[in-house]
Write a new protein. Structure first.
Length: 196
């Protein structure tokens, strides 16, 4: 085999390898989903525990979110509101909300938790993840579009939760980026009065 044939064979091998690697990433062989977990710190507890979807917390308990992303992205946390959802995170201009795939991203932070007030009921969290930063207007518009799609029965960007029961996947919400490189994940839990 001459040098030209060897070069051609090496080039074909490199193209084939690149194709296999990119297909593996697109087909789910490599992590490509966004995941969301809620860590709860019940009153009096010394360490957080994972909260199950539709689990129960009490007034005075605290929680934080743990988000994993497959590529660098911006994380926003909201609660449903009328007329617009209320933005819980980031609360201040310039607050760092950029997550990277190299480490979990915690909201509000690894060292801090959000405390539950005395208003009991179902707590609904909306987590938006976007490769590009979103303005407040764009954020509200995206959430509203997803709510309209859901109410019409049109599929929103992929969002899955594990089966019911005590399966470990009941603690994780998964989602994937849509064509605009945005995703929405939802997590709800019951907020009850303090235990006596």
């Amino acid at each position: 085999m001459n040098a030209q044939q060897q070069q051609r064979r090496t080039g074909i091998a490199a193209i084939t390898l690149a194709t296999i690697l990119s297909f593996g990433t697109m087909s789910g062989c490599a992590p490509s989903l966004i995941t969301l977990q809620v860590q709860a710190l019940p009153a009096g507890a010394s360490a957080p525990i994972r909260l199950e979807l539709d689990g129960r917390l009490h007034s005075g308990d605290q929680y934080r979110l743990e988000v994993h992303v497959p590529r660098p992205a911006y994380v926003y946390v909201m609660q449903p509101g009328n007329p617009q959802p209320k933005i819980l995170f980031p609360q201040q201009a310039g607050q760092d909300n950029r997550a990277t795939p190299t480490a979990p991203f915690y909201v509000p932070s690894l060292e801090q938790f959000m405390a539950l007030d005395n208003q009991v009921g179902t707590e609904r969290l909306i987590v938006v993840v976007s490769v590009q930063p979103l303005s407040t207007e764009a954020l509200h518009k995206f959430v509203k579009e997803q709510d309209v799609m859901t109410s019409r029965g049109t599929d929103p960007p992929p969002e899955t939760i594990g089966p019911t029961g005590k399966d470990p996947t009941r603690y994780v919400v998964k989602g994937a980026f849509d064509a605009q490189q945005r995703a929405i994940l939802r997590f709800s839990f019951q907020h009850e009065r303090p235990q006596s």
